[in-house]
Design a binder for this molecule. Structure first.
Ligand SMILES: [Zn+2]
Length: 459
């Protein structure tokens, strides 16, 4: 894809990549993947489990990490981290639910994680958009794109965490309680752990350093753990209940999509060869072709997907994304507008739509872009790329105070604290006193300064 970019953009992108590699430790790099469809699946698959545990489903974040090893973990706080490799290893949504229920057991048990060997922070956040960095660079500021990569610093590397065996048994017992109460079969949970056990056998119990069985180094397994778990689940009336067909179909789509997005295109084409015409196969191949810059083939697969399910917003999102990232923003507008409407303004999709509107470089589209992006930040304030684009719009309108305010939001999120203070103060000085924006500028400056103070003290 890079070779399709104009020369100037290529130079900016190269500078961006060089700068990024200075900030990110490549070996430890573990980025957060954001994707509207995956996040919706996570929410719907986990909501009954969270409710059974007495949680407001919105109180716990499920975070997808770009890591091919099979693992899931909690690292303090109300978040469950799931490796992309775990999705790849699971065959049903019920297996994913089993893992979520187990991790939730660690949260409700208040289990304190042990940091085994030199914990490093995870770095980076990637939206499932192949050229996000390049696009931000195209929009004028490599720094903004860098910010996008740096936003996931709070996540911890799962492989450095571990629980005690007592904590494992207690999380297992809790998972039985939650799934039973939610009327969800524990069969997936048992099957998933059995699968991991087989990997463990194959590799001769050397789970350390064996990426396939990483789950066992964070969650130690004892011989009787599986038996206890299976005995408990088999008694449950839901044992033989399969997951809802619709949820399972969504799981298989997400699994194929992540595979297509993350794997080498030739691997995707091997796993999902062209004679397969089912939805997951086409979905995975659409990403593989897009990554290879075979735009027509990627669009053909996407059009077949849309024909099979014309109201699927994520297929439309993909069509728009392929067009946008192939330098055809004008054509991307219609599918992205539809995807945004079909999902009731899902913030990640709305941001891509806003970006396509800006990328047309047609000022007539900027008012709609502003509206869409503002709706997006109202629901998801934590996407620095959205703030960055709002800044572009304000700047284009000559609304410099609000452009500074948007920069301040983005910089605060990226922990560029000094810059955040400067942008916020510039905004505050120029905005009408007492307005919500003026107050927000004050808040940002204050919060950035307080964080800097804390950092100074901890040094
Ligand atoms: Zn565990």
């Amino acid at each position: 894809m890079i070779r399709r970019l104009p020369a100037l953009l290529f130079a900016r992108l190269a500078a961006l990549i060089a700068a990024a590699s200075l900030c990110i430790q490549p070996a430890a790099a573990q980025s957060v993947l954001r994707d509207a469809e995956t996040e919706a699946l996570f929410r719907d698959a986990s909501a009954p489990i969270f409710a059974a545990a007495g949680f407001n489903p919105k109180a716990i974040d499920l975070v997808l990490l770009n890591d091919g090893s099979i693992n899931a973990f909690v690292a303090g706080g109300q978040a469950i981290y799931i490796h992309s490799g775990l999705i790849g290893a699971a065959d049903s949504v019920n297996e994913l639910q089993g893992v979520i229920a187990h991790e939730l057991g660690h949260i409700t048990g208040g289990h304190v994680v042990r940091f085994s060997e030199g914990m490093k922070p995870a770095t980076g956040i990637t939206v499932l958009s192949l050229l996000l960095g390049g696009l931000a660079a195209a929009a004028g500021s490599p720094d903004a794109a860098l910010g996008v990569f740096m936003a996931g610093q709070q996540a911890a590397l799962g492989k450095f965490l571990s629980f005690s065996r007592t904590q494992e048994s207690s999380a297992d017992a809790a998972s039985v309680q939650f799934l039973t109460k939610a009327g969800i079969s524990g069969r997936g949970s048992v099957e998933f752990f059995k699968k991991l056990q087989n990997l463990e056998f194959r590799y001769g119990y050397s789970s350390r350093g064996n990426p396939d069985a990483e789950f066992y180094s964070t969650h130690p397994m004892t011989a009787d753990r599986l038996t206890t778990l299976q005995d408990a689940f088999e008694k449950d009336p839901a044992w033989n209940t399969p997951p809802p067909a619709e949820l399972q179909a969504r799981f298989l789509r997400v699994k194929a999509k992540l595979y297509g997005y993350l794997a080498e295109p030739q691997d995707t084409l091997r796993a999902y060869p062209e004679y397969l015409t089912d939805v997951p196969a086409r979905y995975a191949r659409a990403y593989a072709f897009h990554k290879e810059a075979f735009v027509d083939k990627a669009l053909d697969e996407t059009k077949a997907l849309i024909a099979s399910d014309p109201k699927n917003p994520y297929f439309k999102e993909l069509e728009g994304q392929i067009l946008l990232e192939s330098g055809r923003p004008q054509e991307a507008l219609e599918p992205l507008r539809e995807a945004t409407a079909l999902t009731g303004n899902e913030p990640l999709i709305a941001t891509t739509f806003g970006h396509a509107l800006i990328a047309t470089e047609d000022k007539a589209n900027f008012a709609e872009a502003e509206k869409v992006l503002r709706t997006s930040v109202a629901r998801d304030k934590e996407n620095p790329f959205t703030w960055y684009q709002l800044g572009v719009i304000y700047e284009a309108k000559g609304d410099i105070p609000r452009a500074r305010l948007a920069s301040a939001e983005q910089q605060l999120m990226n922990m560029q604290l000094g810059e955040a203070v400067r942008s916020a103060e510039a905004a505050e000085a120029a905005l009408p006193k007492g307005t919500p924006d003026w107050l927000r500028a004050q808040d940002i400056a204050m919060s950035a300064r307080a964080t800097m103070e804390r950092q100074k003290k901890s040094r």
